[in-house]
Design a protein around this ligand. Sequence first.
Ligand code: M6R
Length: 568
Amino acid sequence: MCGIFGYIGKKDAENLLIEGLENLEYRGYDSAGIAISNNNKVDIIKHAGKVEELKKVLKEKHLLGNVGIAHTRWATHGLPSELNAHPHTDILKKVTIVHNGIIENYLELKKEYNLKTITQSDTEVIASLLAIMPEKDNLEKIKNATKLFKGTYALAIIFSNEPNIIYLAKKESPLMVGKSGDDIFISSDANAFKKYCKDFYILKNNEFAKIKYNKIEFFNKSKKINKKINKFLNTFSFENKNKYLMQDEIVQTPDALRETATFFNNFKNIKNYFNNVNKIYLVACGTAYHSCLFGKKYLEFLNIPIFTEIASEFKYSKHLIDKNTLCIFVSQSGETADTLSCVKKCKCKTLAITNVPNSSITFACKKTILMKAGWERAVASTKAYSCQLLVFYLLKCLLKNEKAKTNTLIRKSKEYLNKLNLKSLASKVLNYEKIMFIGRQGDYITAKESALKLKEISYINCTACPSGELKHGTLALVDDKTLIFLISTQKNLISKNLLTKEEIEARGGKCLIAGDFDEADIVLPHLSSDLMPIISILPFQSLACEVSIQKGYNPDKPRNLSKSVTVE
Ligand code: M6R
């Protein structure tokens, strides 16, 4: 949540900062701002709304200079307003700062140090505190101030007495530095400067950096340190063909599946990690949690207890974890705070399944399986979900010594997506007040994921229900304003599902069946039951996207949400 970008070099900072913010906007988009050093002063421009709004302001008034920091925000403390937008300063403008994370004790600090602030943001307290720190050296000020913080932070700081230096500090929220010739870039996601740099540094917790023209120095709490340089992993190239990222990302699914299947060969040793495992916990949030529900089905053959847990619940419950327990954490971003906090709680075998190398969850887990879905920026997860299911399928094949059959999956998903057009179905969805997704077994999990997709980007209040549960309560909601999508991909359940359709239609509701048989309303390609869930979600991802567009929304940036949820 929230994105930090920074630049020091010979080029004009403004355009680079804006480009960086546009790349990071998936992390938050309720306000944005930049600060640029020029002639020993730091100029700030910020605005409520998306980066687009900030760009309009900058058209009227450019900020000149080669040193700058920038921020795109997802509000935690205070309304998404210009006042609360970053960069923040202390009252005398000695310190300019952008911040990701939350300082939990900011009100206590404000009181204890009698800090004068004008915004509702915890970040302003950091700037105000730094401004009154007694140390002469700015790095020492930062080191000592951060000792007082309870919470999480990635900070980029410019002091007015050293306007050509950017200082960094990090705890839990990601922060990276890239260098290309004389140009130095800072970002909370290295992808945002990948276009310019071949390699980059990753700050670890309680590390600091002092960056000036052509020079980067790293420090831990006590001394200067050398850091290892990281190379970007090659990933498949894709074009942005459509208006929205989400449309592109759905279309990229077959490539993402192919890359992930090939890359999985690097993780075959993980098989040994399953030796002596006595139980498994699968832990995640949102869409990644739905892939865990499938993960349980894929791994059930192990005949050991397998539990699926929503991360924000898991951390408050009591568990039977011992040294032979395996906890698997699934996270596209690898940065989700709820999931990360669970990893820290688990003193046992830990395995991350993520799409982002070097992310916090991969660092925190003992083992990692990396997917290669490519950069996913639309808030609604699509191709990454498909790859998460694929990883669980591949894991099952590996553990069972079975040959994985991914070629047909990749070919059929490509053919299917090429001809998929749900514009007219989407316009029908708009005629109903209530939308439901139902199914049995794995199809019920697809129903849950479909409902999440539709609600998060179209704001339609929809729900998922196991088909058999309908008559135990939810059927009371069904009337002629209700549209129900019944997902039916299991041959032995078709007749039961047809009965459910009749029950719905007898109450005036409309029921559309999605299945891999000719009579279905949404006809899916046929694959083995193991691979069907990877195909059966595709029409519902596309449908959600199309409904959102037809309602006049931007599916990539739904209200109130952010791609990477780095607060608990
Ligand atoms: O990055 P993660 O996979 O850990 O994210 C977990 C959820 O926040 C995420 O899947 C969310 O539910 C998506 N917006 C769903 O489309």
